[in-house]
Design a protein around this ligand. Structure first.
Ligand SMILES: [Zn+2]
Length: 551
């Protein structure tokens, strides 16, 4: 755990530049001694005195202090299932994140600014091979690595090198030098000619009610988004607003995400032009500089964007599929996607590590399941035109025909965190982990009361932090299973660091991994014995959520 502490300021920031007059209400002045120091403005400083943002990765997104996570609840009769212990699952999670770290160190994509377990690239193939090996070592006789190819028309577009520089000018204070905003992440199209320089204009949330009042022609529009949770929730709002800015003549859009820390965020694309996300601390700097420049009547601040990219077609990928024959030929499918942007400890390293633990548990002859169990370490869904679940369905018509239930294990053991009672050196609020996991939604598409009851039991029996309201939601990886007309379950957290570089091992709860693995072992045993009509009640029509696919 890296609980890196950094300097904090608990006092107001001395940041006014020369020439900016502070207005103090007359009544207040009248009640005070004649001001002495007020006449002498703060010494001129670079960037209007706004503190520079930290380097990306220089500070943790979330403070993880020495207080641990509340322990897992283990029913006495289940204590012997050591393959479900948190420590053992965490070891696997470290291995899984290791494939991402290797992708970064080897510069698998371009300059190494982007990394992950990327489907179609060796980092994903190695993760799938490793998962298949774990299935075999668990004693499962039937393990297949099943290849698939990218849809013929599909293209994977990846930025390979980029930079976002805010251009300095002595007018902003003596010594004002260019600042590289290191959390910038391209999420739009290429920049014609590879580079672009233009003045920036802050457009706030760019609500349609006032967006047309701001002239963005020839400028880089700076949009501000306060994510409510994972960025999936903001896609439907942000995408049309960025597109509108481009249509009204902006040459690029920067989307400031008021996220914890200063992280890359790979989401919220589709602006129809060059657009970059900017992390929390960089965005805080940028917003304040643009505000100060406007207040001072200074020349508009300019930015320079540069970018290179590659586009891939005809990619190949694999699923690892393990079948554990049960007493009944009917099938329960357990799926976890292996692909990830960046370290992906939470999306979806934790889900995959839990899946491997379940393979070890049910691979033991004494734990033979009632219904046949099919475990998929899936190629996932981040790479356009390659989809693990769809590949599974195409390659395994017999298993699909026998399936009664699909459970997608996706983002399941990240710690919860919230705004802390402290700010960092630049004044940005710190975020701090608490002693439990982030809320977990269990979406059950057919709303089976029996399946829902098992999730109710999970809270009391294992301490899993399932949200209080049942839900028919379907998201992420589950999207690829929608052609199967059976109950589809999505077990998913939606914390804000998803698809960012902030989702590291530090923010994963080891007891949370254990809670989820033990709950799912129990769930599979109960669902294995249940009547088929309890799992799929006759006449139940799966409701489909409108949540966009998790790319
Ligand atoms: Zn995911």
């Amino acid at each position: 755990m890296s609980a890196i502490k950094f300097a904090r300021w608990s006092v107001a920031l001395p940041c006014l530049a020369a020439g900016i007059v502070v207005s103090v209400p007359a009544t207040s002045v009248a009640q005070q001694a004649p001001p002495r120091a007020r006449a002498a403005a703060a010494a001129p400083a670079p960037w209007f005195g706004v503190p520079l943002p930290p380097a990306r990765g220089g500070v943790p997104a979330v403070l993880v202090g020495p207080r641990g996570v509340r322990p897992a609840i283990v029913p006495p009769a289940e204590a012997k299932f050591h393959e479900l212990d948190g420590a053992s699952i965490r070891t696997d999670l470290e291995t899984i994140v290791g494939f991402s770290k290797e992708s970064r160190a080897s510069q698998e994509i371009g300059s190494g600014q982007l990394w992950g377990r990327i489907t179609g690239y060796p980092s994903s193939a190695k993760t799938i091979e490793w998962a298949a090996e774990q299935f075999r070592k668990a004693g499962i006789a039937e393990v297949k690595v099943q290849p698939m190819t990218q849809d013929p028309q599909a293209k994977l577009f990846l930025p390979t090198a980029w930079e976002l520089k805010v251009l300095g000018d002595p007018a902003y204070g003596p010594g004002t030098a260019d600042v590289n905003l290191e959390s910038a992440m391209p999420v739009g199209t290429d920049i014609p000619g590879g580079t672009l320089t233009a003045p920036m204009v802050l457009v706030g949330s760019s609500n349609p009610a006032f967006a047309p009042l701001i002239d963005v022609k020839g400028k880089i529009a700076v949009l501000v988004v306060v994510p409510q949770a994972h960025m999936v929730f903001d896609r439907a709002t942000v995408s049309p607003r960025t597109q509108d800015l481009m249509k009204r003549g902006a040459v690029a859009v920067l989307t400031v995400l008021r996220h914890p820390g200063n992280e890359y965020a790979k989401d919220l694309g589709g602006c129809g032009g060059p657009c970059f996300n900017v992390g929390g601390r960089d965005g805080f700097f940028l917003e304040r500089v643009l505000d100060r420049a406007a207040s001072a009547g200074a020349t508009p601040v300019r930015a320079q964007l540069t970018m290179k990219s590659e586009t891939k077609t005809n990619l190949r990928a694999e699923n690892a599929v393990a079948t554990i024959p049960g007493r009944s030929p009917e099938v329960i499918v357990l799926d976890a996607h292996a692909d990830a942007w960046f370290d992906g400890a939470g999306d979806n390293g934790d889900g995959l590590a839990v899946l491997i633990a379940l393979a070890r548990h049910f691979g033991k002859p004494e734990n033979r399941p009632d219904r046949t169990l099919v475990l998929i370490a899936s190629a996932g869904h981040h790479t356009t035109g390659l989809n693990g679940p769809r590949g599974f369905i195409a390659a395994n018509p017999d298993l699909v025909k026998r399936a009664v239930l699909v459970v997608n294990i996706e983002h399941v053991a990240q710690r919860n965190f919230g705004p802390g009672r402290s700010v960092a050196a630049d004044g940005y609020r710190e975020f701090v982990a608490d002693s439990g996991e982030a809320p977990i939604t269990a979406g059950i598409t057919n709303e089976s009361p029996y399946l829902n009851e098992l999730f109710q039991q999970g809270v009391a029996r294992y301490g899993t932090n399932f949200v209080s309201e049942p839900s028919p939601m379907l998201s992420g990886e589950t999207g690829g299973f929608t052609s199967m007309n059976v109950a589809l379950i999505t077990i998913m957290q939606a914390p804000p660091l998803y698809h960012t570089t902030g989702e590291t091992l530090d923010v994963i709860s080891t007891p949370g991994l254990e809670r989820m693995a033990r709950f799912l072992a129990y769930f599979v045993k109960q669902a294995g014995k249940a009547q088929a009509t309890a799992i799929n009640p006759p006449g139940s029509t799966p409701r489909r959520s409108a949540e966009p696919e998790d790319r």
